[in-house]
Design a protein around this ligand. Structure first.
Ligand code: HEC
Length: 118
């Protein structure tokens, strides 16, 4: 069993690395978003889109957030959890400025709901 895993684990890791973001399912089509997700989409356009792509790969000022909650880890390597992403939004991270002062009531929940559809 252990012997078998010595082979299987590296092969699985290599496959995951090679297929990269193509292995995550596509984002939910905009027309299928519920009202909260749609509010999050709108908030994303005004507060995040200047620095992040949401529905395509590639870096802008920050990394693409396509599939952000579908991947096992955030670009920094931290776990992709609501807590961690909320903290990043509120407090910022390295070159990402804190957004906490720019958020209205409900924005954070709406943004998280939208990010989960990507
Ligand atoms: C002024 C540009 C800018 C804006 C506005 C911005 N970000 Fe970022 N963001 C960045 C940069 C740069 C990074 C990379 C930070 C690093 O890890 O060095 C980043 C990283 C992230 C990460 C990954 C954190 C990690 O641990 O890897 C998430 C998630 C994120 N941003 C979400 C958002 C959301 C949601 C918004 C809107 C509320 C937003 N950002 C607004 C520039 C921005």
């Amino acid at each position: 069993m252990i012997e078998k895993m010595k082979f299987t684990v590296p092969v699985l890791l290599a496959t995951a690395l090679l297929t990269g973001c193509h292995s995550t399912p596509p984002p939910t089509p905009l027309a299928q978003l519920n009202p909260q997700q749609m509010r999050g989409h709108d908030a994303f356009q005004t507060k995040c889109a200047v620095c992040h792509y949401d529905r395509r790969t590639g870096d802008l000022h920050g990394p693409s957030l396509l599939g952000v909650f579908k991947k096992p880890a955030l670009p920094s390597g931290a776990a992709a959890t609501d807590e961690r992403v909320s903290a990043t939004i509120i407090h910022g991270r390295n070159l990402m400025p804190a957004q906490g002062n720019h958020l209205e009531t409900g924005d954070l929940e709406d943004l998280l709901a939208y990010l989960h559809t990507l």
